[in-house]
Design a protein around this ligand. Structure first.
Ligand code: SAH
Ligand code: SF4
Length: 353
């Protein structure tokens, strides 16, 4: 571990590309060393300076005396009956986060966290009940991908991640700068295609355009979860600041690459937002936005007052959307038995309700 020993040293992962260049210069090393460091950290996924075997022993020793490469600390890994895996990580300051590895037919998706806890307080979400702990730094976001990639690389099959989703703990747009930097690193340094990355937001309307301007054009998902303000206010406090119309107007304005669509997530909660009338309203709301809808039947956890609607209600809801020319998918909830499904992440924290 040796974190404390390292504290005075520079964590190379905490530096962006520019800062790596400056660091290399400050050590009197030629520019190309910077590229080599990035290659070894992000592509080769070196755990320590010692593993950068392209460098001479002498250079590794010199760099180790002033810098180090941080890693996440795995506290626990659980495997669900459906083979979903939940990784509980400890950060350098003892906060914790979770990442979920979800195998599904030809896909292997990693769901990562952008914050420890979450400040948004959505009523149906267990992470929301923890409250906000802190923002993750770019390298702590990317390190979830690095750590899990190392673990699966040793496996015979399903050993490469095909998709990354920012749908774990936290609200990514409330941690915009670090999330944007993390996206750049995933795409530029690790070679992951923008098309294989999805970021989900609870709908901080004021940040959507800014995100789109600065971040690579990854897929955007918006957690709409209701088709009128009265219902959305009850479920998501953020709606009182950015009501549905304001949120959808921001979505409409985006200059999206041809054929890209915004995914609207809709957590279906029994008796709250599951009526045929809600589906009809949703069809009207999404007119003119290149969109698809992911219906997520509510995932339960201990102490919640909410329930999942019956399958009939869920299928009927989907049919109304499809009849309205909206592609609607019902998301399978994987990893429920180990609290690894959407909205069930709490990373060992106590919840306040
Ligand atoms: N903070 C972001 C991303 C993480 S939440 C956001 O809210 O979009 C990922 C998804 O899980 C969101 O669409 C959210 O609405 C959904 N979700 C939260 N709690 C849930 C629950 N108990 N059951 C099903 N989905 C849930
Ligand atoms: Fe935060 Fe998303 Fe959960 Fe809402 S649904 S509390 S924004 S993690």
């Amino acid at each position: 571990m040796g974190y404390n020993l390292n504290m005075a040293k520079i964590n190379l992962k905490s530096l962006n590309e520019e800062e790596i260049k400056e660091f290399i210069k400050s050590q009197g090393l030629p520019d190309y060393r910077g590229g080599q460091i990035l290659h070894w950290i992000y592509e080769k996924k070196a755990e320590s300076m010692d593993q950068i075997t392209e460098f001479s022993k002498e250079l590794r020793k010199k760099l180790s005396s002033i810098a180090y490469i941080s890693n996440l600390n795995l506290l626990e890994k659980q495997t669900s009956k459906d083979n979903t895996e939940k990784f509980l990580f400890k950060l350098e300051d003892d906060e914790s986060i979770e990442s979920i590895l979800i195998p599904d037919e030809e896909r292997l998706t990693l769901c990562i966290s952008s914050q420890a806890g979450c400040a948004m307080g959505c009523r149906f979400c267990l992470t929301g009940k923890i409250g906000f702990k802190r923002n993750l730094m770019a390298h702590e976001i990317v390190d979830q991908v690095i750590y899990v990639s190392r673990v699966i690389a040793k496996r015979k099959k399903n050993n490469i991640l095909t998709n990354i989703v920012f749908m774990g703990m936290g609200e990514p747009l409330a941690n915009l700068a670090e999330v944007v930097e993390a996206l750049h690193r995933l795409i530029r340094f690790m070679g992951i295609s923008r098309k294989r990355i999805t970021l989900s937001t609870s709908g901080i309307a004021a940040k959507i355009a800014e995100f789109y301007e600065h971040a690579p054009k990854v897929n955007l998902a918006v957690s709409l979860n209701a088709a009128d303000d009265e219902t959305r206010n009850k479920l998501m406090p953020i709606n009182r600041i950015y009501p549905i119309k304001m949120l959808l107007d921001e979505c409409r304005k985006l200059d999206m690459p041809a054929r890209d669509k915004i995914t609207f997530e809709y957590v279906m909660v029994d008796g709250i937002n599951d009526k045929p009338e809600d589906a009809k309203k949703l069809v009207r709301l999404l007119k003119g936005i290149p969109s698809k809808v992911n219906i997520i039947p509510f995932n339960k956890y201990h102490g919640t007052e909410f329930k999942k609607p019956s399958d009939e209600k869920i299928f009927a809801f989907q049919k109304i959307l499809m009849d309205g020319n909206i592609n609607a998918f019902i998301r399978k909830s994987k990893g429920q038995d180990i609290l690894a499904a959407c909205g069930q992440l709490k990373a060992g924290y106590k919840t306040n309700k």
